[in-house]
Design a protein around this ligand. Structure first.
Ligand code: BGC
Ligand code: ZN
Length: 367
């Protein structure tokens, strides 16, 4: 059984033939992998830079991959039958002693006892097939099989938006028509997280800006235009102008520099929220007393955003179906490359570096 394997904390990635099947929980459903998606976290592991990455107990290697679409091949569970398209959930509770874990929300694990497929103490999904627990499988509508791989990264964002809306229940954040269309949001970064977050906020009615420090590539220009999102090159428009405009919501998906986050804080309107997706591993965020004071007077909030769970996978799939119907052009541009798993050299290449203009790269295992 072929698998793509890493040995954190060591850098590197390799194909390996596994002698034993991968089994999670009850293992009553056998899933054959159709495709995997690649994200920044996979590349951090391959580069040996993801501090939280570790193999399952008792091994020095782990199967990579947390974004996967598969098909049920065998099932001892009446809820799944052979031929069903499914997607596995990546973060799972481990000992299940934490209350949030016990109610299916290890994204808010308080005991730090969760595992994450392909990252933290659990084999991932870049493998021909594996046996899984029905609890951690989500059914995928066949009509969106071509873009369904985006549901895992989108699930993180569905959860994040839910969390932000929960924070904002502290006052009235909706507008005079009950939607969010009088609220202005800016998303820093135009990679897959940035683009998906912008689309999701647009779907809820926000006036959305997506910012990067360069002009948009053709793909980005077409996506943002069709979805009614404004692309901003902040190296031209300037961060000061963005501070003057003011935003109800600022989301950083770049994780690029602590100093950018220092500027983002100053873009918040009263009651505004700054959401952080990943933080730079080096550098420090320094805020002057004046900025902190303004932060207090304006009731601003900074919130860390991570990991979606089963309800968020389901919402993500529903949104992908909606987007396919309303923004067909956008959706057709989100998968920027498909690599055949048999082309091992190319697989290793795409796992090592992000290419220019990349939104989502998939590794294709079969039909
Ligand atoms: C995944 C998240 C996960 C996070 C932290 C991301 O790449 O999409 O679901 O929680 O990494 O490990
Ligand atoms: Zn990811």
């Amino acid at each position: 059984m072929r698998a793509i394997v890493v040995k954190p904390p060591k850098p590197g990635v390799e194909f390996r033939d596994l002698s034993q099947a991968i089994r999670h929980g009850s293992g009553t459903v056998k899933v054959r992998i159709i495709e995997n998606g690649i994200c920044g976290s996979d590349r951090e592991i391959v580069r040996g830079e993801l501090a939280t990455a570790r193999p399952p107990e008792g091994k020095d290697w782990l199967v990579l991959g947390h974004e996967a679409l598969g098909v049920v091949e065998e099932s001892k569970d009446p809820r799944f039958k052979p031929g069903d398209l499914v997607m596995p959930i990546n973060r799972r509770s481990y000992h299940g002693k934490c209350l949030n874990c016990l109610v299916g929300r290890p994204d808010f694990c308080e005991a730090n006892e969760f595992v994450e497929a392909g990252m933290v103490g659990m084999d991932g999904f870049m493998v021909e097939y594996f046996y899984d627990d029905p609890k951690y499988l989500v059914k995928v509508p066949p009509g969106i099989a071509d873009i369904a791989i985006l549901a895992q990264p989108l699930s993180d964002l569905e959860k994040s938006v839910e969390e932000i809306l929960n924070i904002q229940r502290r006052f009235i954040w909706t507008c005079d028509d009950g939607t969010y269309n009088c609220r202005r949001a800016i998303v820093f970064g135009s990679g897959s997280t940035g683009i998906l977050m912008s689309l999701l906020l647009r779907t809820l009615g926000f006036e959305v800006y997506v910012a990067n420090r360069r002009d948009p590539l053709e793909n980005e220009a077409k996506i943002t235009e069709e979805a009614g999102i404004t692309y901003i090159n902040y190296s031209v428009e300037g961060l000061d102008r963005l501070k003057q405009m003011g935003f109800d919501l600022v989301v950083d998906t770049t994780g690029a520099s602590a100093s950018l986050i220092g500027h983002e804080v100053e873009m918040l309107k009263p009651n505004g929220v700054l959401g952080l997706f990943g933080f730079p591993s080096e550098g420090a965020l320094t805020l002057s007393n004046e900025v902190i004071q303004r932060f207090i007077y304006k009731s601003n909030v900074i919130v860390g955003l991570i990991n979606g769970q089963k309800p968020h996978f389901q919402q993500a799939l529903a949104h992908l179906a909606q987007w396919k119907a309303t923004w067909p052009g956008v959706v057709s541009r989100l998968i920027t490359r498909v690599v055949d798993v048999n082309d091992e050299k190319e697989v290793v290449q795409v796992l090592n570096r992000k290419e220019k203009g990349e939104i989502k790269v998939k590794i294709k295992w079969g039909q």
